[in-house]
Design a binder for this molecule. Sequence first.
Ligand code: ATP
Ligand code: MG
Length: 441
Amino acid sequence: MATGAWQLFGLEYAALGALAVVLVRLALDYWRASRLMAALRADAVPALASSSGGLWGELVQRIARLLREREGRARLSEARLQEFLVALENSPNGVVLLDEKARIEWCNQTAATHFGIDAERDHLQYIGNLVREPAFAAYLASWNYSRDVVLSGAASASSALRLSVQVHPYEGNRRLLLSRDVTAVEQAEAMRRDFVANVSHEIRTPLTVLAGFVETLQNLPLDEDDRRRYLGLMAQQAHRMQTLVNDLLTLSRLEGSPPPGSAEWTPLAVLLSQCEQEGRSLSALLASTRPHEMLFNASPAAELAGSPSELLSAMSNLLSNAIRYTPAGGRIEAGWRILPDGRGEFTVRDTGPGIAAEHLSRLTERFYRVDRSRSRETGGTGLGLAIVKHVMQRHGAELKVSSTPGAGSTFSLLFPASRVRQVAVSAPAAVPMADKRVSVS
Ligand SMILES: Nc1ncnc2c1ncn2[C@@H]1O[C@H](COP(=O)(O)OP(=O)(O)OP(=O)(O)O)[C@@H](O)[C@H]1O
Ligand SMILES: [Mg+2]
């Protein structure tokens, strides 16, 4: 009986012991689960991984590894996103991301400048409140974005900024807005239109005159004198058209060819002597009764680097203008000097009618003439100074004009020091400078 009782107690103790073990394990598991949960909440799983073993330890390590991988992927995505944003930020085009309600979610600096937006201040602002041009409002509302719309840029941007804006919808109602600065394109287009109009006009005038004379010659019985006079006038008009076409070809050649190098040096004396010859002949032709008083000064002896034919054309253009626009008997000086900083300056000064200040900045525009009737009288088409300007740009040089109405004009060509070389003695000129009166300017 006593043995039986002990056995019974023994069984109960064993059961109690097992229960205690189970409870302890449960408590331990609960504690470990709570520790893991706390670590997950505090983002501190990796720290736990090193201090845990067994099944829980493996569990913690696997979770820690998964978290590490996820963090790595997130970091990579973040870095890629930053790279994209930097690329978009540096785009020469404006980029704006709009949400479903056309509010600004993000924009790059170019778009901010184009539209006068502040990326931070205007975040989630309706774009229509910031870009107020009616054409843009209509375009945005149309949901037809197959073409772009051209708008004026923000008032704070450069004055005549013109923008081509195109919207591209994505993800349903979200929109990507791209803006491109088309100011230069629009200006070039306007210039092209003006140019075509000017050329047509310049050619139409002599053509009309020519056609009129041809008709007269065909229909009227003319005596020999009249016939000769008409043919002379026709030749004049034909020559005018020829000059125009030649000048246009010169301009297009100047635009299309690479800039001249600095290897070819031409003595200034040679250039000036050729200018002088041409100038004197022109003056004799235009002012035969009372010739111009003309002074030429080619010292100090120097050489210029560049294309000799272009340099000669620039210089003789200035001289021929001075001769053509200065009334007979006027005085014209063409001189040369080297400035203290090494630059060279060729100057043509006349005592002609002068040019009012408002015309000065426009003189080098193609076909620009101050006094159209007078310029046409002397056969001018308004391309001479445009050619001079081109030649100067190609030589890294500058054209400067100063003038006082009624008192005369001074046109100067300023060459950079790198293209000017002073020579010890006057270089032997290929064309002798006969009849040269030297003046000190
Ligand atoms: N020395 C000058 N004195 C007064 N006006 C001048 C002088 N030089 C140029 N101009 C003015 O500038 C305008 C432009 O000159 P530019 O040489 O470009 O054209 P143009 O002389 O009319 O024609 P082209 O030179 O093509 O035969 C002239 O029409 C003239 O009105
Ligand atoms: Mg001219």
